[in-house]
Design a protein around this ligand. Structure first.
Ligand SMILES: CC(C)(COP(=O)(O)OP(=O)(O)OC[C@H]1O[C@@H](n2cnc3c(N)ncnc32)[C@H](O)[C@@H]1OP(=O)(O)O)[C@@H](O)C(=O)NCCC(=O)NCCS
Length: 178
């Protein structure tokens, strides 16, 4: 029996308003599988559209959103303060990396790396270093950040809910090559 080959090519592209329901659905599956984000996903679309978004991207496979990444302007994050102290740079040269996730069925295909590299490209094009923090428990993300050459700048406590605390590791993107 002949079966049509379904094109499963994955596209990484800037997020549009129309992508939000699909990105929110993807986030709900990631939270169920990995407990990311630790805060929970009561209102996933609000969590993906916080103030200060510079640019967000999605990974789309077979018409479905399977991944997401975002850059935001700094808003008092410990990781940014740490980087400013260490580098002597100013916050207007920083973009905060956030909301990186890939749904479990689309993992280990390089999508996480492609998403973060697209964000790096945008940041470099705008003269920005990417600073982010990652929960120490999110080991796959830590492996990814270290594999692509992000530098560890310290650790912080991430507080959420009613006084709950988890350890976070803070990173900065590699310096742009000239
Ligand atoms: C972190 C996360 C985004 C990584 O997504 P991903 O698409 O699986 O990432 P990649 O495919 O680039 O890399 C994952 C692994 O696949 C491997 N890989 C990449 N391409 C591959 C391929 N073609 N064939 C086989 N393996 C491959 C990578 O080497 C890596 O291996 P490792 O885990 O042993 O280090 C994903 O695990 C996730 O959503 N986690 C939960 C949310 C989270 O923690 N977010 C972090 C926010 S700070």
């Amino acid at each position: 029996m002949h079966r049509d080959v379904v094109d499963q090519a994955t596209t990484i592209r800037p997020r549009t308003e129309a992508d939000l329901p699909g990105a929110a659905a993807a986030l709900v599956t990631v939270h169920a599988a990995d407990g990311y984000p630790v805060e929970g996903v009561d209102d996933p679309q609000a969590w993906l559209t916080q103030d200060g978004v510079l640019q967000a991207w999605v990974a789309e496979k077979g018409g479905k959103i399977v991944g997401h990444a975002m850059l935001s302007r700094p808003q008092g994050e410990d990781a940014v303060r740490m980087w400013i102290e260490q580098s002597g740079d100013t916050a207007d040269h920083v973009a905060v990396g956030a909301r990186l996730f890939v749904t479990p069925e689309a993992r280990s295909e390089g999508l996480g790396e492609r998403l973060i590299r697209v964000a790096f490209g945008y940041a470099q094009g705008h003269g920005l270093r990417v600073v982010l923090d990652v929960m120490a428990k999110d080991k796959a993300a830590i492996r990814l950040y270290e594999r692509i050459g992000m530098q560890r700048i310290g650790t912080a406590k991430h507080t959420y809910g009613e006084g709950q605390e988890v350890e976070a590791v803070c990173y900065v993107s590699p310096e742009a090559s000239t």
